[in-house]
Design a binder for this molecule. Structure first.
Ligand code: ATP
Ligand code: MG
Length: 558
């Protein structure tokens, strides 16, 4: 595949210039997930950027867990994130936990206090908010702001020692209560939380706020370019203030790019977690979710995801990308790789009345006509087969070229069959067809006697494997702008969950698929690409997740 990761973008240009000018002698980046959920395809974009860019300059990339909020974080998420980054095809240099830096962060807070740049605040969180002012009005200085360095040092120490309750005190930066940037109005640096942390246990009861912790984490690791999404643009002055005033030897540069969003889905971990917790979906790896584990279980490959990410490019914009673009890349990736076989997902029995009873034969077919190296497969054929219900109509409209009384079609890889009769149940549903076949018309025999207009697929009824098929539709009904919706009073994204996003069907696959394994991928004739579900597949019955149908109406913008 063409390597789009090497194409130019504004972040790469900055890095190039920094190396040329001697501002930096190497490039160090990091991917810093908070372990409070599973990774989604938006994270994949950040991963591809951070690892891809450092790689191009022979630099380094760390995987760093931003685990400074003990309440929401969990080891399960740490493990899943590591697995997903590796699966996407990236290798980290250092593996770090922000919580390993708590001691150093505490020391750096003391540096600020000693410089008169931080103070312990007595006001409650609500009062702090009141004092903060608005975009049009400056904030008010808190009485605590004039505390002496000694008093601040003593109080901060007591905070650390657990002398105060949650919320009783915080540590704030002393910057500018009338700054035009609200983030600079004496932001909170440390809060008290008597909570056991998944890494540091009960060692700490004060925890650094993200805006203080993140720049320090970058600086401690010697990160040169700290790539993040545009919602942090307003935080950049504070980021720079922290690294400059804490005397960190390396001062990283924060660079923002636009988040990746996809149509017809939700992307934030908070919303994904809600869908999981309320059992709207089958876990974080539900094939309808845009999580990396969900995409993997659906059958997307790392190659397809990476190609898609590179195609979306790097910009400051946040527009939603059509999910069909991702689907385009999985079709491209599987076209030559996936074996092609037949499955019947809504079975209708067909008896071939002139085929000898008790007999059967093996038909040979290519595994992938576009990739002859994959060889051939054997398909059993006998007197009874299954076809799709939709391939028969009692009263067909014009231009219907499949089976109807008196019509002849080609069975893919087999013979012509002609519909002679059909059987209905008491409710009037067609439950069985009676057809005849013409032995002269065997596929590959060179028969040219007559032509038929329709070709349908089938599986042998006596020698086939029962299988379950799961067909998916968008999880979220058309949603122009998720954020806009969030602001709306009554509706939430939960109201837009598509009640028909999953259809489960019972049918059959060719018996040569007896030993399929989890994550094997196939192209089923006319139905699309499918992946063997790793969670629900049993020895008796494979479960196939439809990755994508065969055709797309999607057109790339030129
Ligand atoms: P979410 O809002 O989905 O929970 P987050 O930004 O809080 O995401 P983090 O774990 O903090 O998640 O993110 C790790 C990195 O991934 C950050 O650098 C963040 O900017 C980046 N990232 C998260 N979502 C996206 C996205 N949709 N597109 C690109 N980068 C993203
Ligand atoms: Mg976050």
């Amino acid at each position: 595949m063409e390597n789009k990761e090497t194409s130019s973008n504004f972040i790469k240009t900055i890095m190039q210039e920094d190396l040329l000018s001697g501002k930096r002698d190497e490039i160090i980046t990091r991917f810093p997930p908070e372990p409070n959920g599973y990774l989604h395809i938006g994270h994949a974009k950040s991963i591809a950027l951070n690892f891809g860019l450092a790689d191009e300059f022979k630099g380094k990339t760390n995987l760093r867990f931003d685990d400074t909020n003990p309440l929401k974080e969990d080891q399960e998420y740490v493990d899943a994130i590591k697995e997903d980054v590796k699966w996407l095809g990236f290798d980290w240099d250092g593996l770090h936990f922000a919580s390993d830096y708590f001691e150093e962060m505490y020391e750096r807070a003391i540096v600020l206090i000693k410089k008169g740049l931080a103070y312990v605040e007595d006001l409650s969180i609500d009062e702090i908010r009141e004092y903060r002012g608005t975009l049009t009005e400056p904030g008010k200085e808190s009485p605590s702001r004039s505390r002496s360095v000694e008093e601040n040092l003593a109080l901060f120490e007591q905070m650390k020692e657990g002398k105060f309750e949650n919320g009783e005190k915080v540590l704030r930066a002393k910057i500018d209560m009338s700054s035009g940037n609200m983030n600079m109005r004496d932001p909170v640096l440390y809060r008290i939380s008597h909570t056991t942390h998944h890494n540091t246990g009960d060692t700490w009861c004060i925890y650094p706020m993200y805006a203080f912790a993140h720049p320090l984490e970058d600086a401690i690791e010697g990160v040169t370019h700290s790539i993040c999404t545009t919602e942090f643009e307003e935080q950049r002055p504070l980021y720079n203030w922290v690294v400059e005033n804490t005397d960190m030897p390396v001062q990283p540069q924060q660079i923002e790019f636009g988040r990746l969003n996809l149509t017809n889905t939700v992307m934030s971990k908070r919303k994904l977690k809600q869908l999981v917790d309320e059992n709207v979906v089958d876990g974080w790896d539900d094939p309808r979710l845009p999580t990396i584990s969900g995409l993997r279980r659906r059958g997307f490959t790392p190659e397809a995801i990476r190609e898609f990410i590179y195609e979306t490019g790097v910009s400051k914009g946040n527009g939603a990308v059509d999910v069909q673009m991702l689907e385009h890349y999985i079709r491209e990736d599987l076209k030559l790789k996936a074996p092609r076989t037949m499955s019947v997902i809504r079975p209708l029995k067909v008896v071939i009345t002139n085929y000898p009873e008790g007999e059967s034969e093996m038909l040979e077919a290519e595994i992938n006509p576009e990739n002859p190296e994959m060889g051939t497969r054997q398909i059993p054929f006998s007197r009874e087969i299954y076809i799709e219900q939709e391939d028969f109509m009692e009263d067909p409209p014009k231009k219907y070229h499949r089976l109807y009384p008196g019509n002849e079609v080609r069975l893919k890889h087999a013979y012509f069959i002609k519909c002679e009769d059909f059987v209905k149940d008491e409710e009037g549903n067609v439950v069985e067809l009676h057809c005849t076949y013409d032995p002269e018309t065997k596929s590959g025999s060179g028969f040219t006697g007559r032509k038929v207009k329709g070709t349908i697929h089938w599986v042998d009824a006596n020698d086939s494997k029962p299988a379950e098929f799961r067909l998916y539709d968008s999880l979220i009904l058309d949603m122009e702008d998720e954020e806009e919706l969030e602001g709306a009073e009554e509706k939430t994204f939960m109201d837009l969950v598509n009640p028909n996003s999953l259809e489960v069907l019972q049918g059959f696959v060719e018996s040569n698929m007896n030993d399929v394994k989890a994550q094997d991928k196939f192209q089923f004739f006319r139905h699309g690409y499918f992946n063997v579900d790793p969670k629900h597949t049993t020895e008796e019955k494979p479960v196939f997740n439809r990755i994508v149908s065969l055709k797309s109406s999607f057109k790339f913008k030129k």
